[in-house]
Design a binder for this molecule. Structure first.
Ligand code: FAD
Ligand code: NAD
Length: 331
């Protein structure tokens, strides 16, 4: 029995690896060129730039064990960032002992390692699925990609909901838990990101800023503080979810000057911008208050859903969601 997984982010990759370790045959589909999803660094002429997930922490024993394996294989490393906090106009050092990891040389490296040797069909966007009562048929550009007894959707809520909508309208789901999860409250809020390359290095004694209770920004980070990333002076600006929602359809040429102005405001010193690169993450961070069952599995349909949005956001939670779903599928 072959299991299809749509989505090669950390959740889909964790699920795929766990299922393969149980001896299951797995085929993973992703619309992207490489695996990684929101855990991906952008490859540029200057080097890798982290525009999405910035780092990850490990609190659970299962994820700590996985991190140990990645460390041994050299696909992650600790990120010894000097941290600061900005709140109410005041920028102060905020050192802590948190062990934070990054992918080496890019954020997707650990995801790619989970999928090493597996049947990964990249550049393959699944745009429709059909359930015939016992199997799921997957289509990309009207081409049948296969028929599978089990289907895992390791996708953000809105993308999973879109794929399942025709099925739900043809044959209303009797499982209200699944319907509520997919079509109830919004699980993921957006995040606008802007990488600002500066003409000259700024002189600040930190690499990253947690921005609290701000009208626009949530996070700043210096790319060069991360091993494997662009060496020149690049600062990443993440706008907070309210600001991102309000400016979601703004164009990069509108966002870039706003990000540069915010960077200058928070760093508290003049900057000269060389270049800017913006990215719109429509599905980024967990909406506060969204119920988190961890994953969901409908044995009768052979349908499972996993991903960060079902488990509280964060890389570690996405990984654990994929692992938990794999354990349920195996029963
Ligand atoms: P995804 O990574 O979104 O994977 C889903 C995959 O599905 C993608 O690869 C996508 O290409 C694919 N896909 C979608 N639709 C289709 C389709 N129809 N057909 C085929 N493939 C499809 N977490 C942290 O722990 N620390 C951080 O610092 C952090 N910062 C973040 C900053 C930003 C801007 C963002 C966006 C996220 C951040 N996160 C952070 C959250 C973290 O990135 C996510 O929790 C995690 O990567 C989600 O993994 P996932 O596998 O659930 O989903
Ligand atoms: P973590 O333990 O480093 O941080 C958790 C939270 O604790 C931070 O968001 C921050 O509010 C606070 N914090 C930690 N260290 C701090 C310091 N030195 N000074 C001031 N505040 C500090 O990381 P985690 O729990 O693994 O969380 C993952 C991170 O990913 C969080 O920062 C979260 O905001 C971020 N994230 C961002 C997005 C996005 O779309 N921008 C999406 C998902 C997650």
């Amino acid at each position: 029995m072959t299991i299809a997984i749509i989505g090669a982010g950390i959740a889909g990759a964790a699920c795929a690896q766990a299922l393969a370790q149980q001896g299951k045959q797995v085929v993973v589909f992703d619309k992207g060129r490489t695996a990684g999803g929101r855990m991906s660094s952008k490859r540029t002429a200057a080097g890798y730039l982290d525009l999405g997930a910035q780092y990850f922490t490990a609190r659970s024993s299962a994820f700590r064990l996985q991190c140990q394996q990645w460390l041994v294989n050299g696909v992650i490393a600790p990120w010894h960032a000097a941290t600061a906090q900005y709140e109410d106009g005041s920028l102060i050092a905020s050192p802590d002992n948190t062990l934070r990891y990054i992918g080496i040389p890019s954020m997707q490296a650990p995801v790619q390692q989970l999928l090493a040797g597996m049947d990964l069909r990249s550049n393959c966007r699944i745009d429709s699925i059909h359930f015939d009562g016992s199997h799921w048929q997957l289509y990309s550009e009207d081409q049948l990609q296969g028929s599978f007894a089990q289907l895992v959707l390791a996708l953000p809520q809105q993308q999973a909901a879109q794929l399942l909508l025709p099925y739900v309208t043809q044959q209303p789901l009797t499982d209200t838990v699944l319907a509520d999860l997919l079509y109830g409250d919004t699980a993921l809020q957006p995040c606008l990101a802007a990488n600002i390359e500066l003409m000259q290095a700024v002189s600040v004694p930190f690499d990253a800023v947690f921005v609290k209770n701000d009208a626009a920004v949530s996070w700043l980070a210096r790319q060069a503080s991360k091993s494997g990333r662009a060496a020149a002076e690049h600062w990443l600006v993440h706008f907070n979810s309210d600001f991102s929602q309000q400016h979601l359809e703004a164009q990069p040429e509108q966002i870039a000057p706003l990000a540069a102005a915010e960077l200058q405001r928070i760093l508290g010193q003049p900057i000269a911008v060389k270049e800017a690169l913006c990215h719109r993450w429509r599905y980024a961070q967990q909406a506060p208050g969204f119920a988190v069952p961890g994953f969901t599995y409908q044995a009768g349909l052979g349908l499972g859903l996993c991903g960060d949005w079902l488990n509280g956001g964060r890389v570690e939670n996405a990984f654990l969601s994929g692992m938990s779903l794999a354990a349920a599928v195996a029963v």
